[in-house]
Design a protein around this ligand. Sequence first.
Ligand SMILES: [Mn+2]
Length: 353
Amino acid sequence: MGFRWFGEQDDNISLSQIKQIPGTKQVVGALYDVPVGAVWPQDEIDTLKKQVNDAGLKLEVIESVNIHDDIKIGLPSRDRYIDNYIQTIKNLSKAGIKVICYNFMPVFDWLRTDLHHQLADGSNAMMYEQAKLPKDPEALMTQMKTGANGFSLPGWEPERLATLQELFAAYQDVDEAKLVENCKYFLDAIMPTCEKYDVRMAMHPDDPPKPLFGLPRIYKNMADMKRIERLHESRCNAFTICTGSLGENPANDLPKIIRAFVPKDRVAFMHVRNIKFVDKQGDFHESAHLSSEGSLDMFAIMKALHDTNYDGYIRPDHGRNIWGENGRPGYGLYDRALGITYLTGIWEALEKM
Ligand SMILES: [Mn+2]
């Protein structure tokens, strides 16, 4: 069980607080000051690892090493960025990293239309309402930035988004098939290194799992997963299954997806969280992890993991901001800690049944 941490400079949560969450052994971390596409310096990786280890925790999962847009677009310059990525994999492996979470979403990472939706119990959580999505991507960026409580948001690197119009123009000819092809090119190039150094790449689902602003999405459902797994047959070409992201499409049957891919050893990382649909079109807000607080059956999800003998990495995902905490949207301390005790409680019951 792990807990995502944004580093000493940019997290209101300390490692000693994380250490006190019962059952938590891992920190899921990253270097946040390395520009996308650059090699992660060995000394900075080692420093992060030492910090985490000194707090009595382990660092074996990185989230995320983001992929430069030139790789996703398929520009000639991609080979240079792939070489850098390969060097980063080698450097991380030297520090004992086993899993790298990444996504293959063009331009935007995850997005929401409200980062502080007020819930009836006085807490707040992130929300997505299709009708509130600005037509103009620049307006969305401003909305995300101003709602972030002054924290940086993972995946929303300012330097990458500074040239938004140019980026959109560069993606003009990249449709879903082309994006898949570029993903295969990337995987074929890095997989020999991953296998040699025993580092598994765990692709995170697109969030929300549908095309937005005319940009294609390639990890939305089980059919997409079958296509991605075939791009390069290797246990290092693996998935992060994020129950929240995939669950945002009510047609995605999460226990079924888990039962299809865990036995094939293609799941390296689990993000487990709940969401609550507010209408039949798929608008939702994030919720506490407890099944009865949202729309997903968390027991069925954990039981599918238990039945398939999942023994990989797992973490709670976005929580609410509760008890007056004014943390990074989705990444406060208290609700994620409650999520961990709930998930480990379900797991203990499954073990003893
Ligand atoms: Mn996730």
